[in-house]
Ligand binder design. Structure first.
Ligand SMILES: NC(=O)c1ccc[n+]([C@@H]2O[C@H](COP(=O)([O-])OP(=O)(O)OC[C@H]3O[C@@H](n4cnc5c(N)ncnc54)[C@H](OP(=O)(O)O)[C@@H]3O)[C@@H](O)[C@H]2O)c1
Length: 290
């Protein structure tokens, strides 16, 4: 068995493009795996332009690698979010069902959340104008500053959601990625264009399915705009996950797909964690670190 662990560590912080002198190859003693651990052998290391951002002094979408720290690859937790169910949901829901075209306007609800933030950025990568709808000033700031939405609306703080949507979408709405149903959907549906696509991904605003709530009242909007509304489950795409994950990972490495994580510490946080999502507390993908 190998006795040394060969590491690439950041030796000094580059001013510009990182050069070989900024890194040190270090052979460190290999710790014995403890109970519950196992040893892996790396066969390939990824090398990505995004690593330039990781070794800079300024945090952007991820914390800078510290001096003396081993260079990382994508964090493990991403497999549960942007490279897991949430990213795959965003990818197929938007691209397969929403079918956005360059220049079109895409509106996303829960726009700062795990699925929504990915939808907005993928739509932007496809050349669309993106409008996020989220709850609270901090989420609206995240939508604009981190997730690149062209405009963002705080549906909780806006007195007239209908007017705010009208201002943000002067050319109407071509794709609505609906994570909420409820009053946000009521307002967006009034703005849809001819042959709009409405992607039904989630119904976060519906507090109960028993009794079934009334609305949104969709039929007339779909009829007069020859529009299509279609629901989907990410599990419908389980045989195509391999198409999405490498692309999502590449976009993350290139800094084109940013994500946020909202990490709670310890299993005792679990019982209230779901309710917290419905209070809108999470800034990004909610995870529990065990
Ligand atoms: N179809 C599928 O296969 C599939 C797969 C995964 C997820 N989803 C759906 O995608 C949506 C987003 O999931 P996620 O994992 O990315 O969660 P998330 O957006 O990170 O977190 C949930 C968010 O829902 C919003 N919300 C909660 N109650 C609301 C209400 N009454 N009205 C409006 N918004 C409300 C909150 O954001 P605000 O603070 O902005 O209100 C909250 O932060 C969910 O509806 C989920 O069920 C569907």
């Amino acid at each position: 068995m190998a006795t040394m662990n060969h590491q690439v560590r950041l030796a000094s912080r580059p001013d510009g493009i990182p050069q070989a002198r900024h890194f040190a190859l270090v052979a460190a003693p290999l710790p014995e795996p403890r109970d519950g651990q196992f040893l892996v052998r790396n066969l390939y290391l990824s090398v990505d332009p995004a690593m330039r951002g990781w070794v800079g002094a300024v945090a952007n979408y991820s914390k800078p690698v510290a001096i003396g720290e081993v260079m990382r690859d994508l964090p493990l937790s991403a497999a549960l979010g942007v490279l897991g169910m949430n990213g795959v949901t965003a990818y197929f829901g938007l691209l397969d069902i929403g079918q956005p075209k360059p220049g079109e306007t895409v509106v996303v609800s829960t726009a700062a959340g795990a699925v929504g933030s990915a939808v907005g950025q993928i739509a932007k990568l496809k050349g669309c104008r993106t409008i996020g709808v989220a709850g609270g000033a901090e989420k609206v700031r995240l939508c604009r500053d981190e997730f690149g939405y062209d405009a963002a609306i705080d549906y909780k703080g806006t007195a007239d959601l209908d007017a705010a949507l009208g201002d943000a979408c002067p050319n109407g709405v071509d794709v609505y990625f609906d994570n909420t149903s409820g009053r946000i959907s009521e307002a967006v549906l009034r703005r849809i264009n001819k042959r709009a696509r409405i992607v039904i991904c989630g119904t976060a605003a519906l507090a109960s399915w028993e009794p079934w709530p009334q609305g949104p009242r969709v039929e007339r909007h779909l009829l007069v705009k020859s529009a299509r509304m279609e629901g989907f489950l990410v599990f419908d795409y389980e045989n195509r996950t391999h198409e999405a994950v490498p692309l999502l990972a590449q976009w993350v490495r290139d800094g084109k797909l940013r994500y946020r994580e909202d990490i709670l510490a310890g299993l005792d946080q679990a019982p209230d964690a779901i309710a917290g999502l419905y209070r809108g507390e999470n800034l990004g993908k909610r995870l529990i670190k065990l």
